[in-house]
Design a protein. Structure first.
Length: 215
């Protein structure tokens, strides 16, 4: 995926956003930038070949919206409702998601690069072929989620919540730090390194009721 706006195949067709984001809006080849958006109400909107750059989207709801072939750079999502949204063939670079509700979302072929996640809810979401590259994930909740073919190269994972998550072909070997707060038993279906296993051993022991004591 391209790392610069001008490398997008549809870059020359982009037009600036006119007006405000609206509920059930249809946005095709639109460039949304500069002005921060507070209390957005754009549920059930459709974004196709659309670019978001250098802005913050704070509070409000975009629930049930669809993001297809969307590219984002330097975008901060703060306290926004993204539950039940659909993302396909999307790339988010150098962004942040803080206090975001993405419960029930469906992500396929999505790449996050250099992004920071803090207290993001992905409960009951479905993620397939998703990459977290050089990201920071703090207190990210994947409870009851379906996670397939995820990877975490160069990513710091802290306080991960995996309660009742279902993992398949999830590769955690590239994570530079791996800390799981809840749901260690959900790691079946994941691949980790021997060193990561050693780091997680005390938590594994506590999970299955083993007391480890010197002497």
């Amino acid at each position: 995926m391209p790392n610069e706006l001008e490398d997008l195949s549809y870059a020359r067709y982009l037009t600036p956003l006119e007006g405000e984001l609206e509920r059930e809006g249809d946005y095709d080849c639109v460039h949304i930038s500069s002005d921060d958006i507070d209390d957005v109400e754009a549920g059930h909107a459709r974004f196709n070949e659309t670019v978001f750059t250098s802005m913050a989207i704070t509070r409000g709801s975009m629930r049930f919206s669809r993001f297809t072939d969307v590219w984002q750079r330097n975008v901060r999502w703060v306290g926004t409702d993204l539950s039940d949204t659909s993302w396909q063939d999307a790339e988010l670079i150098a962004g942040a998601l803080v206090g975001v509700d993405a419960g029930g979302a469906n992500l396929r072929r999505v790449r996050f690069e250099g992004c920071k996640f803090d207290s993001v809810n992905f409960r009951k979401a479905k993620l397939r072929e998703v990459q977290f590259v050089d990201c920071v994930l703090r207190h990210t909740d994947f409870g009851d989620a379906d996670l397939t073919k995820l990877s975490f190269p160069g990513t710091t994972v802290e306080g991960l919540l995996l309660n009742r998550a279902r993992l398949k072909e999830v590769d955690l070997r590239g994570a530079v730090h791996l800390n799981i707060a809840e749901g260690l038993d959900a790691l079946r279906g994941a691949t980790i390194t021997p060193l990561q296993l050693l780091d997680l051993a005390p938590e594994f022991a506590r999970t299955i009721g083993i007391t480890v004591r010197e002497g």
